[in-house]
Design a protein around this ligand. Structure first.
Ligand SMILES: NC(=O)C1=CN([C@@H]2O[C@H](COP(=O)(O)OP(=O)(O)OC[C@H]3O[C@@H](n4cnc5c(N)ncnc54)[C@H](OP(=O)(O)O)[C@@H]3O)[C@@H](O)[C@H]2O)[C@@H](O)CC1
Ligand SMILES: Nc1ncnc2c1ncn2[C@@H]1O[C@H](COP(=O)(O)OP(=O)(O)O)[C@@H](O)[C@H]1O
Ligand SMILES: [K+]
Length: 487
């Protein structure tokens, strides 16, 4: 259930299911019944208006209206266009509706306690305009509860973008699998609670259409975790070099603590000698080395992972050091200043990426490195990953992680408490720590985002970045115990 399907993949899954012998009108009946079941689970009988658009989303509406009416609810049904308009499966279900139909208008919202939005689903093809926009505004400013079918009308299922305007739902019921627009902003804000309901499309069919986007969940990457073996020693868990800036030392101190809490065997902060005592005094388990020893450090292959950027400073020195590090082809995480230092020359950075590399920009940093890449976050992360050869993670409430081969994951954990200075530094440290332990770059980025999100959600109000590393053992233990149960 963690796959995320584009609307085209969803149409393909429908088509293959229909070819396999389940008729389209049965799928529509199943879809309508799933929404009906969610409605009666959430609300007691009340006056409801079901608003039907001209396509199959409207077809689902006829099923929902019929089932609610049969259950004794007071139902009004509004239809866009004339009564003879529905085609195909929607027409079949329209014919089974024995109640009255009204023309779709704001009058249907007056006196309704519940509005069922079946105006547009996967087939939204252009911006909402004029009379439908007035209806959307009326619904959004009414006190009625709102259930959206498949997607809130006006939200683009593939991108999460709002096409003109969109309905704000309390509950969205989608079918088979979620679509990107359920998790990407701003679509996610319009969905309310999300229910993903089976309508009879088999897992076999979903695997045949080879989805390459998932909701970020341990199912994706838990097999790639390197738990320490009974006979292991610290060098089996990696030796990470964290490059510390001379002015903002707090950033790399956060990086270091997070990396160590993620399980890395050894960690050395490498910095200007003038600030080494600050890094050394921060935590007794941290080792330090002056930047002047860089060649010696790099000659030691046991130093298998590098993280650079947080608090490091923007400029030529940073750029040269990043290129030197990338030349080693070892696991590397580039964040913050390590990215911004290439704002004038991003192609040099992309060209230099050869080994396992994760770029962790927030939207501002992404825009500096890839100003020509446009579109929704999923599309942009994928394009940047393909161009650079790195795993690219665009941070935010809807963090997207994309691999150069097109695989992508979207974070769905709600943890707005993470929006605080230093929290991104912690994320960079976690990801690099996981890579140092041998985890593949895309898996490490996904797992890092998940651990970070779970810490944020658990700690909640009052969170400061310093809290996150020290909460990691709680979440890691959960994963570890689950892995032992499986074995
Ligand atoms: N077997 C299945 O496939 C199943 C499908 N299911 C359901 O079907 C839904 C997809 O159905 P769908 O493809 O008919 O698309 P839908 O969203 O109803 O809209 C299409 C219509 O809207 C129109 N239109 C578009 N944008 C517009 C605008 N801005 N302003 C005005 N008009 C606009 C467009 O017009 P056109 O662009 O063609 O001129 C067309 O007439 C899916 O979300 C799910 O709920 C379930 O029953 C499970 C089984
Ligand atoms: N609304 C939000 N919900 C969840 N996570 C968020 C939200 N806003 C920001 N974050 C997360 O907080 C972190 C902030 O990182 P960043 O912008 O690099 O800050 P800093 O550089 O101060 O560490 C990122 O991991 C980002 O995904
Ligand atoms: K809808």
């Amino acid at each position: 259930m963690f796959e995320i399907l584009t609307t085209d993949q969803m149409y393909e899954a429908d088509r293959r299911t229909i070819d396999g012998g389940i008729a389209g009108d049965v799928l529509m009946e199943n879809a309508g019944r799933a929404v009906y079941e969610e409605i009666v689970r959430h609300w007691s009988p009340r006056s409801v208006s079901v608003l039907c658009g001209p396509g199959n989303n409207g077809g689902d509406g006829f099923v929902i209206a019929r089932l609610l009416r049969e259950a004794g609810w007071s139902v009004r049904l509004g239809l866009m266009g004339d009564v003879a308009a529905p085609k195909g499966d929607a027409a079949d279900h329209a014919a089974r509706w024995e109640g009255a139909s009204e023309r779709l208008s704001p009058a249907l919202v007056v006196g309704a306690d519940l509005v069922v939005d079946c105006i547009f689903g996967a087939g939204l093809a252009r911006d909402i305009t004029d009379d439908i926009a007035v209806l959307v505004t009326t619904i959004n400013s009414s006190t009625a509860s709102v259930v959206s079918v498949d997607v809130p009308s006006g939200v683009d299922g593939n991108t999460g973008m709002i096409r003109g305007c969109a309905i704000k739902a309390d509950l969205t019921v989608t079918f088979c699998r979620a679509k990107p627009g359920h998790y990407l902003l701003p679509g996610r804000l319009m969905c309310g609670e999300l229910a993903i309901r089976d309508i009879g499309i088999s897992d076999q069919i979903i695997s045949e259409i080879r989805p390459n986007c998932w909701r970020n969940d341990p199912v994706l990457w838990r097999a790639g975790i390197h738990w320490p073996g009974l006979d292991g020693h610290k060098y089996h868990r990696g030796h990470l070099l964290a490059f510390g800036g001379a002015a903002m030392t707090g950033a790399t101190r956060l990086v270091a603590r997070a990396a160590r809490r993620s399980g890395v065997g050894l960690l050395t902060v490498v910095s200007d000698p003038s600030v080494l005592p600050i890094y050394g005094a921060d935590s007794p388990g941290v080792m330090t080395a002056p930047i002047g020893q860089i060649e010696t450090l790099l000659n030691d292959c046991r130093h298998n992972a590098f993280v650079i950027g947080p608090g490091y400073g923007v400029g030529d020195d940073t750029r040269s050091l990043v290129l030197k590090l990338l030349h080693q082809c070892r696991s590397t995480v580039l964040d913050a200043d390590a990215l911004t230092s290439f704002a004038d020359d991003p192609s040099t950075l992309c060209f230099a990426v050869q080994g396992p590399t994760v770029l962790t920009p927030h939207e501002g940093e992404f825009g500096r490195l890839f100003p020509d890449i446009e579109g929704d976050k999923l599309t942009r992360a994928r394009a940047a990953a393909k161009r650079s050869g790195a795993t690219v993670l665009i941070k935010g409430a809807d963090t997207v992680i994309a691999a150069p081969d097109g695989r992508a994951a979207i974070s769905a954990i709600e943890a707005p408490w993470l929006a605080t200075a230093g929290s991104g530094d912690v994320l960079a440290g976690i990801i690099c720590g996981l890579m140092a332990q041998g985890m593949e770059m895309f898996d490490a980025a996904c797992m890092g985002v998940w651990l970070h999100g779970r810490c944020g959600a658990d700690i909640g109000p009052g969170l400061i970045a310093e809290d996150i590393p020290d909460h990691l053992p709680v979440i890691l233990r959960e994963l570890w115990l689950a892995s032992r149960k499986k074995a």
